[in-house]
Design a protein around this ligand. Structure first.
Ligand code: G4P
Length: 190
């Protein structure tokens, strides 16, 4: 997606070969016009597949997932990274480890928002090694729902996530695929 690639080149900053800072337009300050285009691109790609819900993980997935849900006319469900005293009822949980951040969290969702037999579209801001997506897939399987596809805003194609998900038969659609990067250079997959 051209507008996204331009934003990455103009405003993104690779702090090393592995981590791309995009906090001026994606995950701290949000360029909502760009997110609207992102949502429309996902809606166009995943249309006519019988998808009934869009799901994402807090926090940086929320902006692109919201615009996708709006463009598709569907409800959005946000998976949580921690529980609280007011989050009660039948919860589905799985541990997700983030290699980029060196942390782990309990990915949590109320069972009532994953209705058996439904088809969901998962949207996230980054795909690196795919741990978050695999956590979502574990919960989807436990709930008895089908994941119709995964939409990613920025994929780090040099990491394993994409191939791992494709290997599971998942349709992964990434709007920008970064092939390699260094401090002054970002290259995309054609
Ligand atoms: P994975 O799910 O694909 O395995 O990714 P990984 O664990 O390596 O990274 C998970 C967290 O790190 C996610 O944020 C993801 O957005 C973020 N991340 C991964 N690579 C990059 C990168 O190159 N740049 C930036 N800015 N973030 C990256 P999170 O922990 O879910 O936090 P949040 O921002 O959504 O709250």
């Amino acid at each position: 997606m051209q507008m996204l690639k331009e934003a990455i080149l103009e405003k993104g900053k690779a702090i090393n070969q592995d981590v791309l800072l995009v906090d001026s337009f994606l995950n701290h300050q949000v360029d909502v016009k760009l997110m609207q285009q992102v949502g429309e691109a996902f809606a166009a790609y995943f249309k006519d597949r019988g998808i009934t819900r869009v799901i994402t993980i807090e926090s940086s997935g929320i902006a692109p997932a919201s615009f996708t849900a709006l463009a598709m006319g569907l409800p959005l469900v946000i998976m949580k990274k921690q529980t609280s005293r007011i989050m009660t009822g039948d919860l589905l949980q799985t541990t997700v480890r983030s290699f980029t951040k060196g942390t782990s969290y309990e990915l949590t969702i109320k069972r009532e928002f994953l209705v058996p037999g439904e088809k969901v579209l998962f949207i996230d801001d980054f795909l690196a090694s795919g741990e978050a997506a695999f956590g979502m897939l574990r919960l989807a399987k436990e709930a008895g729902i089908e994941v119709a596809g995964i939409g990613i805003v920025i994929e780090k194609a040099f990491q394993a996530g994409h191939d791992r998900l494709i290997g599971e038969g998942i349709d992964v659609y990434s709007l920008a695929r970064v092939k390699s990067m260094s401090e002054n250079h970002i290259e995309f997959v054609d």
